[in-house]
Design a protein around this ligand. Structure first.
Ligand SMILES: [Zn+2]
Length: 261
């Protein structure tokens, strides 16, 4: 992991805006990840309270596209203030491309009357399983089991691969989307076990470590820990299965990804 510095032109950079599951805390926004490559900035999952953390690094017009894994508000609620801050400014930037599974952002887009933000975005809905390009990134998606349709995401640039689960239960598709990735960003809502009723729809740090090992990823980053989870315990459990570099997503964490790095 590196501290924030000048973006090396060939690097694919991940900046964590937040990684808290369910709701934000005083020190941690919900899911939000900025991925940069070749001057293109892709914001993945603008969850609760991620916009202020984005503003720690960039102005709102610096975002080139948004990609959303699923429609839970801890993954997309701050799309509303992002669009407001762009669309209602004195000099609105170009419409923001927003990629999301069908229907996933209907609720957040309905917070304002349609005409107010209509020129602020262009919605590109997809079906998890689709492959498409966003700027310099080839985007592969998988339908993974969650309470609502969730897209597991594999972003490929010429320099590196980032694999991200969104929110999911166990699935044989997880090691497929993560296979050989330079960074596997995996939800780990719980440490050892998911409560029985939710077990098909969420992961643990234990499973995240096992999937990272199975997929032979270069690094593992745990995210979406339930508020109040002991990070040290989550790390230890994941590290028992995955021997490579391991981090926990916290706001401001910046890492440059490179092939085999
Ligand atoms: Zn969710």
């Amino acid at each position: 992991m590196t501290s924030a510095g000048p973006l090396v032109s060939c690097a694919m950079r991940l900046t964590v805006l937040g990684g808290c599951g369910a709701w934000p805390t005083a020190v941690q926004a919900c899911s939000g990840y900025l991925v940069e490559y070749a001057g293109f900035r892709l914001l993945i999952d603008p969850g609760y309270a991620t916009l202020p953390r984005l503003l720690d690094h960039h102005t709102v017009d610096a975002v080139d596209a948004v990609l959303i894994s699923h429609g839970h508000p801890d993954h997309c609620a701050d799309l509303n203030p992002l669009l407001r801050s762009r669309g209602l400014s004195d000099a609105p930037p170009a419409a923001l491309p927003v990629y999301a599974p069908h229907g996933a952002v209907d609720a957040v887009l309905a917070l304002d009357k349609p005409s107010m933000l209509a020129e602020a975005y262009r919605l590109h809905e997809f079906k998890p399983g689709d492959r498409f390009d966003i700027g310099p990134f080839t985007t592969d998606t998988w339908l993974l089991p969650h309470f609502v349709p969730n897209a597991g995401i594999r972003l490929t640039s010429p320099e590196a691969v980032l694999a991200y689960t969104g929110d999911t239960g166990p699935s044989p598709d997880i090691p497929r989307l993560a296979q050989g990735a330079d960074l596997f960003l995996s939800e780990a809502t719980y440490i050892h076990e998911v409560p029985t009723a939710d077990a098909p729809y969420l992961l643990t740090a234990r499973l995240a470590g096992q999937y990272a090992s199975q997929a032979d990823t270069a690094r593992l980053m745990l995210t979406h820990l339930w508020p109040g989870t002991a990070q040290t315990a989550a790390r230890e459990v994941a590290a028992a299965a995955f021997r490579g570099p391991l981090d926990i997503a916290t706001p401001g964490l910046v890492t440059d990804l490179a092939r085999g790095g």
